[in-house]
Design a protein around this ligand. Structure first.
Ligand code: HOZ
Length: 443
């Protein structure tokens, strides 16, 4: 395998741009994890994506496992999605009025997801989760919610308590600026720990509007739900009269045609979506049973609105992306994901590396700790220095994985088996070199 050239100057233009960006944008970025706080160094400034690859301003090419943090499940600039977007562009950028495309996208979603009868399109995952919580509060007339430590549901005030994603790189899971009164209504349970939820619900009878969960933890690395965790949540919510919200912004239409609900056979009361349903354009959605969603304005009294909601370009991209995701696509993603998992697991066992790979479908993480990661506390045991060395080695080799041990990497249908094997070969060489360093240098 021919690796790209190494050298001090390979990120020169990115470095200069990053310096300038820091004067104009907080941390030089528009979303914290992009600043490489978790791994140090300079983020490559990306100019172009094509299939499974992205290219930076210095002309480096990377096999991309970030996929814009999940939306690009069919790869970059897929011709079918591109054509749909170009067609939509010809007709106008935004109307602030109903369009046929919104109805078509909603029906593609409803058709695939159990218990999803109606949806409301919004502009981001954050908008989706904050709106879903408002619906739960409006219906139940209760104020409190339960979330899980290390779960990330976007940046609305009520979720930035024991949050995941970029907050973990900064070592500060509670954002400043969140009013104490808002934080007091967010109760925090332990992921994969049903008893912690039961205890909170029992301690706050008739106070909890909703339990919101990432059905597969994706913002403290990839953390699958244990055994009956999700079905236990379903039962507890029924028992205590709280709504169960699956935040499927990351897992929706990715880990199965019908998302986590299909994969784990548990149906929540409300769903939130984003990422894949916009095919790379800004979008979000929340939805659930009609008897719940018909409480949203203009039918019901729970208000939520947006100028760009249902934007025709985002809708066209999302619709085209979903149309490409047939059973064969999910089988393919599963096969590639399984191959990555098997190869890593074998290599880890053979070489006794203190690592673990965790995967669900086409999302995966390699944790730099030998023990299973079942919640955020386990993930924070990861050797972040070793991860950073591994990450930068792979970047130099032309492989772009998530720049934080607390984020997932993603496979798309544009990745080929050959590309995946090239990545595995490079990853194992880099791991070999990381673990041959003295323990002190990677402590
Ligand atoms: N919240 C996203 C990762 N879990 C990061 C989004 C971004 O930086 O683009």
């Amino acid at each position: 395998m021919e690796l790209p050239k190494h050298g001090a100057d390979r990120y020169a233009t990115s470095r200069a741009l990053f310096k300038k960006a820091k004067d104009l944008l907080p941390g030089g970025v528009n979303s914290p994890v992009r600043a490489f706080k978790g791994v140090g160094g300079t983020p490559p400034f990306i100019t172009k994506g094509d299939g499974a690859y992205v290219f930076d301003v210095d002309g480096n090419r990377y096999l991309d496992f970030v996929g814009s943090w999940g939306p690009l499940i069919v790869g970059h600039t897929h011709p079918y999605v591109k054509e749909a977007v170009q067609k939509a562009l010809d007709n106008g950028f935004s109307f602030g009025a109903p369009t046929e495309g919104e109805v078509e996208l909603a029906s593609l979603m409803v058709e695939r997801v159990s218990g999803l009868e109606m949806v409301r399109l919004v502009n981001s995952g954050t908008e989706a989760t904050m709106s879903a919580v408002r619906v739960a509060r409006g219906i139940s007339r209760r104020d409190r919610i339960i979330k899980f430590d290390g779960c990330y549901h976007g940046h609305a005030d009520c979720f930035l308590i024991a949050a995941g994603s970029g907050t973990l790189d900064l070592g500060e899971p509670n954002s400043s600026g969140v009013p104490r009164s808002v934080a007091a209504d967010t109760l925090v349970a332990r992921y994969n720990d049903t008893d912690s939820v039961r205890t909170l619900l029992a301690a706050h009878p008739e106070e909890v509007a909703a339990v919101i969960v990432e059905p597969v933890g994706g913002n403290a690395g990839c953390i699958p739900p244990e055994n009956t965790f999700l079905s236990d949540l379903r039962e507890l919510c029924n028992q205590f009269g709280a709504l169960l919200i699956f935040d499927e912004v990351m897992t929706g239409f990715r880990i199965a045609r019908g998302g986590a609900a299909e994969r784990y056979r548990v149906i929540p009361d409300l769903y939130t979506f984003g990422k894949v349903i916009g095919g790379g354009f800004p979008i979000g959605a929340y939805g659930g049973r009609a008897d719940i969603m018909n409480n949203v304005a203009p039918v019901g009294a729970i208000y939520q609105a947006g100028t760009l909601s249902g934007n025709p370009i985002a809708v066209a991209a999302g619709k085209a992306t979903l149309e490409l995701l047939d059973d064969a696509a999910y089988d393919y993603l599963e096969t590639l994901g399984q191959h990555i998992e098997d190869q890593f697991a074998q290599e880890i066992a053979n070489r006794s590396w203190p690592l673990i790979i965790q995967r669900v479908g086409s999302m995966f993480s390699v944790f730099f700790t030998p023990n299973a990661v079942n919640r955020v506390g386990d993930a924070t045991e990861s050797n972040v220095t070793a991860f950073a060395k591994y990450f930068h080695g792979l970047l130099e080799d032309g492989f772009y994985i998530a720049p934080s041990v607390f984020e997932c990497s993603f496979v798309s249908t544009a990745h080929t088996r050959t590309q995946i094997d090239e990545y595995l070969e490079a990853a194992f060489i880099r791991l070999e070199s990381v673990f041959s360093l003295t323990p002190e240098s990677i402590a």
